[in-house]
Design a protein around this ligand. Structure first.
Ligand code: FAD
Ligand code: SIN
Length: 535
């Protein structure tokens, strides 16, 4: 097996991976690996923008309050305080790295509005192609960064462990060779797992690999029951489904059914701009009752292609003209609120293993993420991870003796490919049906039984089925454990929030699911906010 050493191994090339790699390269040599093309990530597809308290009327405190409110009582307040206080600084970093955000005629940043934000605070780029602008500018900057090597088409299969510490990863090169990559510090920035669901906005790379690798290495996963379903994907049978950004509703678009009924008015005082989980469930219920649901943005007329050029193009390619026609929409799996447990420095429960971005669970999203807080989280905690990496000891000779946490999965052969794709598709159907927008104990147990059957299949240990199956089981176990409804997790057998669960989180460790107390650190949160106000 080929071997190499690096100070820091960063896995993933979305906002979190690129940002970590650029910043960590100032204090060691960095290898960034990504399993596909450099720009293929959830980040590239991001539309609406990045939330940060930059407006004159805005403040980190107001952003904190909106985030806590959306999080339905489960946000870790000191992590949210870090997010909102450091967010504006990270936006200015991005601008310095070369990101061009949209500005008005006087050169001020234009701020958009999205659901559950009490004011306009979303910076965006190229109208509705924020992710592409961010990913491309970071990738360009990374290519010019000394001490940073980028390996495209390199799949991380398994983490390496020595004496319980993470010491790098086993990679697979584009030609199929296994590589033992030893590292002082390893950073998971592998994004989410929308591809576990039949309907998703996430691209093909979002198979939950980092979550699975971390679990096999013994790391604790938290909040895995909280999957966010975006209310308005374009309703067509494509994988992924193109997104119709919440920013379209922020500019006044209305949700109607085929009878023209504006059903959100009866459901929430903020109607179309209610928190995402509420809008997604309302649309789902409409569809369950046999209705079709549309977004009416016709009031924007010729302004639509100017403000939303990317969405306009996506719709036109599929025969819908949003200037004159209703846009058919449906909910789709979009974001994983839970993930690998980290503290505010990005440390996981496994020494020398760090995580940031969507794969991590810092606790900033609680039970439901506030729109456009994800790219922000990726940057804020990537910066913190990069700073933490400095403290790690030098590579010692033991590192090359590190062993993989589990036997690395093999890729299916060409002949096996159809069968493994069938297994992946089966997992997506099970998750959509039983662990989707509306869940129940009976359905979740059915999911457990069907996933256990898939595990018996001779190809269940191949990549990516093994990862998908493990993460699906983690979501189902957490969802069965939380016997209430809160945020993105809705159970029809426990349809209300339950005060018992108000301060409880589900932690998944190698020995099973544990209910743990959420400990607030209000004092620290207040301090963080105060020091951010002085800057
Ligand atoms: P990603 O950007 O997903 O990057 C993960 C990387 O890891 C990829 O490069 C992938 O190839 C790589 N990888 C995965 N597994 C492996 C492996 N085994 N080996 C090697 N590499 C691996 N959020 C916002 O804040 N604002 C928005 O406007 C917004 N719009 C969105 C629109 C869409 C359509 C989608 C899908 C998401 C949107 N989000 C938005 C959410 C946000 O884009 C993501 O949560 C965020 O980009 C995640 O960044 P990340 O760096 O953690 O992961
Ligand atoms: C959107 O543009 O609606 C997506 C924003 C997000 O996921 O934060």
């Amino acid at each position: 097996m080929e071997e190499f050493k690096t100070d820091f191994l960063v896995i993933g090339s979305g906002v979190a991976g690129l940002y970590t790699a650029i910043r960590a390269a100032t204090h060691g040599n960095v290898t960034l690996v990504t399993k596909g093309e450099l720009l293929e990530s959830n980040t590239w597809y991001a539309q609406g923008g990045i939330a940060a308290a930059l407006g004159r009327e805005d403040s980190p405190l107001a952003h904190l309050q909106d985030t806590l409110q959306a999080g339905a009582g489960l946000c870790v307040e000191d992590a949210v305080a870090v997010l909102v206080a450091e967010g504006p600084h990270r936006i200015y970093d991005l601008i310095n790295f070369g990101t061009h955000f949209d500005r008005d005629a006087s050169g001020e940043l234009v701020l958009g509005k999205e659901a559950a934000h009490s004011m306009r605070r979303i910076v965006h780029a190229r109208g509705d192609a924020t992710g592409a602008e961010v990913a491309e500018s970071l990738a360009d900057f990374a290519a010019r960064t000394a001490n940073l090597r980028i390996l495209r088409g390199h799949l991380a299969l398994e983490l390496l462990l020595t004496d319980g510490c993470c010491a790098g990863a086993i990679l697979q090169s584009p030609t199929g060779e296994l590589i033992h990559c030893a590292a002082r510090g390893t950073v998971l920035a592998t994004g989410g797992c929308g591809q576990l669901y039949m309907n998703t906005t996430n691209p093909a790379v979002a198979t939950g690999d980092g979550l699975a690798m971390a679990a096999r290495a013994g790391a604790t996963l938290l909040d895995m029951e909280f999957v966010q379903f975006h209310p308005t994907a374009l309703s067509i049978t494509e994988n992924p489904m193109p997104l119709v950004s919440e920013a379209v509703r922020g500019e006044g678009a209305l949700l109607v059914n085929e009878q023209g009924e504006r059903f959100m008015l009866a459901i929430h005082k903020w109607a179309e701009l209610a928190p995402r989980d509420i809008v997604a469930r309302a649309i789902f219920h409409q569809m369950q009752q046999g209705h079709r649901v549309y977004l009416d943005a016709t009031h924007l007329g010729e302004r639509f292609p100017v403000r939303f050029p990317n969405i306009f193009h996506l719709c036109r390619e599929r025969g819908v003209d949003p200037r004159k026609e209703l846009i058919p929409v449906a909910p789709a799996a979009h974001f994983m609120m839970g993930g690998v447990q980290t503290n505010t420095e990005g440390r996981t429960s496994v020494p020398h293993l760090y995580a940031c971005g969507e794969v991590a669970c810092t606790g900033v999203h609680g039970a439901n993420r506030l729109a456009s807080n994800s790219l922000l989280e990726g940057m804020v905690f990537a910066e913190r991870v990069a700073q933490s990496l400095k403290e790690l000891p030098d590579l010692d000779s033991q590192t090359s003796k590190a062993v993989p946490a589990a036997k690395p999965a093999i890729q299916p052969s060409a002949a096996e490919h159809t069968e493994t794709e069938r297994l992946a598709q089966r997992i997506r159907s099970i998750m959509w049906e039983y662990a989707g927008i509306v869940r129940s104990g009976t359905g979740l147990k059915q999911a457990q039984a069907e996933l256990a059957q898939i595990r018996q299949h001779p190809l269940a240990q191949t990549y990516p089925v093994a990862n998908m199956c493990l993460v699906a089981e983690q979501i189902v176990t957490a969802a069965l454990t939380r016997q209430e409804s809160r945020g993105g997790h809705f159970r029809q057998d426990y349809p209300q929030e339950d005060s018992y669960w108000a301060d409880k989180r589900v932690a998944l460790t190698p020995d099973g699911a544990h209910v743990v107390n959420l400990t607030y650190q209000h004092a620290k949160a207040a301090q963080t906010l105060q020091s951010s106000c002085k800057k």
